[in-house]
Design a protein around this ligand. Structure first.
Ligand SMILES: Cc1cc2nc3c(=O)[nH]c(=O)nc-3n(C[C@H](O)[C@H](O)[C@H](O)COP(=O)(O)O)c2cc1C
Length: 181
């Protein structure tokens, strides 16, 4: 698949078929995460693979009722939970190198985008899920204190794919030679 076609064609998928994801496809998605860029190549991102229906159900309960991805978490055969080890990304000699502090959210997001695009290229769907009780997920998955749960995504064969949400025109978010139009 052409790269721009993949970038523009990827959609958040919230309805999944029960078909299993092959080990080969899962491996390819993990490989895409592996090659994501990270601060000084520190690679703070970690992935928890969840296939057990009872654990997926526990995870889905951490989403607020109104979250449109609640049922996706149970429908998809796999849920991937992306975490970041704290105090590595954006740090130099144990101290934050910038006023932004820990860059783990940024690095994990890059890994997530690689994941989503690779999955799309394989005909699989994803939806980034960020609105949930992170503390509860850490508890369910026994994530240690030094690791932060960032986001999750179901992974599976799309049953239906929604339409393309409208994007801003380029002129709306681009500035030239300073923050001016
Ligand atoms: C950081 C982040 C958090 C998100 N959290 C949720 C979520 O909790 N539930 C959900 O259904 N979609 C969630 N989404 C998906 C967005 O709603 C979706 O990407 C956006 O509407 C654009 O649609 P598209 O992905 O099909 O292009 C999230 C996306 C991002 C980037």
């Amino acid at each position: 698949m052409d790269l721009m076609e993949a970038i523009k064609g990827r959609r958040s998928v919230r309805k999944y078929r029960p078909d299993l994801v092959s080990d080969q496809a899962l491996q390819a998605v993990l490989e895409a995460i592996r090659w994501a860029p990270s601060w000084a190549n520190t690679q703070c991102c970690q992935v928890i693979i969840v296939k057990d229906p009872s654990i997926k159900s526990e995870l889905s309960k951490t989403l607020s009722k109104g979250n449109p991805a609640v049922s996706s978490m149970n429908e998809a055969p796999v849920v991937l939970v992306l975490c970041g080890t704290k105090g590595i990304s954006g740090y130099y000699k144990g101290q934050p190198a910038t006023e932004k502090g820990d860059w783990l959210m940024f690095d994990t997001a890059l890994a997530m985008q690689n994941l989503c695009l690779a999955a799309h290229g394989l005909g699989l769907g994803t939806v980034i899920v960020g609105l949930f009780d992170h503390r509860k997920v850490a508890e369910v998955l026994e994530v240690p204190q030094n690791v932060e749960v960032v986001a999750m995504t179901p992974l599976g064969v799309p049953a239906t794919t929604g339409g393309s949400p409208k994007r801003k025109d380029i002129s709306e978010f681009v500035f030239h030679e300073g923050y001016r139009k």
